[in-house]
Design a binder for this molecule. Structure first.
Ligand code: HEM
Length: 182
């Protein structure tokens, strides 16, 4: 009898050189593959104070023309000590010809975003196409996400947000370093 619970025979790859070979449409985002870790600062006019956070971000693929994306953040104090878990999200970045990206991203706060944009090897720009909100989610209208690979091992991220009655403006910026372990 065959094994009723075999290991998944098609594991994700976290590096361009790893099997399976990346789909050709992934070429403009190959530099993002792997895990990233770093710190950022955030704020919003509705919040009393700015905050500092740390974050882990991972991009992987299984040979098809999309990335699996996952990000987890936690708040930190001025010395970098962890305070509490914060935002997390995961989703799929569907790559189209000419580096066009369609990203589907969901958050445990009840927000599901579809963002569209472009990747060109060194930068990725995504802007809201549609937002769907669970009945008890806060009002989120739009976001813009900008990623820049400043070198092969450094990824900067800027996030703008239109939410809770406020126009699109800065919510987060972070600098992440490649996590050599994955
Ligand atoms: C690294 C990722 C993120 C971090 C560290 C972060 C952090 C925070 C913090 C600390 C707050 C204040 C409330 C609280 O203490 O929980 C907050 C509020 C909020 N964030 Fe974020 N956030 C992140 C990503 C996002 C994203 C991707 C969205 C997009 C939907 C978002 C939308 C909001 C909204 C709508 C509020 C509520 C503002 C209000 O009610 O005044 N955040 N965020």
């Amino acid at each position: 009898m065959s094994d009723p619970a075999p290991q998944h025979p098609f594991p994700d790859a976290f590096r361009p050189g790893e099997a399976p070979a990346p789909h050709p449409l992934l070429e403009p985002v190959l530099g993002l593959l792997g895990s990233w870790r770093g710190r950022g600062r955030g704020g919003y006019p509705t919040l009393e104070e700015e905050f500092s956070y740390a974050q882990e971000v991972t991009f992987s693929h299984d040979g098809r023309p999309f990335l699996h994306y996952a990000a987890r953040a936690w708040l930190i104090d001025a010395d970098g000590a962890p305070l509490r878990p914060s935002a997390r999200e995961s989703g799929w970045w569907r790559l189209q010809p000419e580096g066009r990206v369609e990203a589907l991203i969901t958050q445990p706060t009840g927000v599901a975003e579809i963002a569209v944009g472009r990747a060109d090897g060194g930068t990725v720009d995504l802007a809201t196409h549609e937002v769907a909100l669970a009945p008890t989610a806060k009002q989120v209208d739009a976001s813009r996400r900008h990623y820049t690979l400043t070198d092969g091992d450094t990824l900067t991220f800027v996030h703008q947000l239109a939410a809770v009655g406020q126009p699109l403006q800065h919510h987060l910026s972070a600098e992440l370093r490649r996590d050599g372990r994955k």
